[in-house]
Design a protein around this ligand. Structure first.
Ligand SMILES: CC(C)(COP(=O)(O)OP(=O)(O)OC[C@H]1O[C@@H](n2cnc3c(N)ncnc32)[C@H](O)[C@@H]1OP(=O)(O)O)[C@@H](O)C(=O)NCCC(=O)NCCS
Length: 171
């Protein structure tokens, strides 16, 4: 099983990220169909994420150093000890090879062992059965369905909220 290697997000990944930020097949999974992001906007976004205390962003690479996608923690709340995870693998041909699974496992190690968080949560389109199956395999549990949470492409969408707790953390 090939492993994804996590590297801190940096401006050097601008070209890789421009490869998907305007692709509705990917952005649609995140309820963002606005596809007119310029290089300037994306570099500003990368720098903003790097400077943010409430975001911790990584890119995924193959062991040979080929860019695969992004995996991040957002809305980091140190008071409550929680953060929201997001993940995407840019190229369709790289999906289903277990990179996602290995990247999530590594991110959870960082979240729980290094950042000492208590909970990692996410929301995902209810119909995204592949992502939901993967999250379950990684130990996430369903917390509930957020009904009509997003309005995109002319209709409402339900989102599933999922989470994993750091059971090893001493209270
Ligand atoms: C979702 C995504 C990150 C998964 O990464 P991936 O590398 O393709 O996933 P993996 O190969 O590690 O794992 C696939 C797992 O998904 C699960 N899975 C796949 N298809 C499934 C299905 N139809 N139903 C249930 N589970 C499914 C399986 O558990 C599978 O594990 P297996 O290898 O034991 O069969 C990736 O496909 C992606 O980026 N998709 C587009 C963007 C996206 O949907 N992001 C998530 C938004 S919340």
């Amino acid at each position: 099983m090939p492993n994804a290697v996590l590297k801190p997000l940096s401006p050097g990944y601008l070209d890789d990220m421009m490869g998907w930020v305007n692709n509705p097949e990917i952005t649609g999974k995140f309820a963002k169909f606005n596809c007119g992001v310029t290089r300037q906007q994306e570099i500003s976004h990368i720098k903003q994420m790097m400077a943010s205390k409430t975001d911790k962003c990584f890119v995924m690479e193959t062991e040979e150093g080929k860019y695969l996608g992004n995996i991040s923690l957002h809305e980091i709340d140190t008071q409550a000890g929680k953060a929201r995870m997001s993940i995407l693998i840019a190229a369709k041909k790289e999906r289903g090879k277990s990179y996602g699974k290995s990247a999530i496992r590594r991110l959870l190690e960082i979240a729980f062992n290094e950042m000492k968080l208590h909970k990692v949560w996410l929301i995902v389109f209810e119909e995204n059965t592949k992502a939901r199956g993967l999250y379950r395999q990684c130990g996430f549990q369903e917390e509930g369905i957020l009904q009509d949470e997003y309005f995109v492409e002319g209709k409402y969408h339900n989102m599933a909220r999922m989470a994993i707790l750091n059971k090893r953390r001493a209270i």
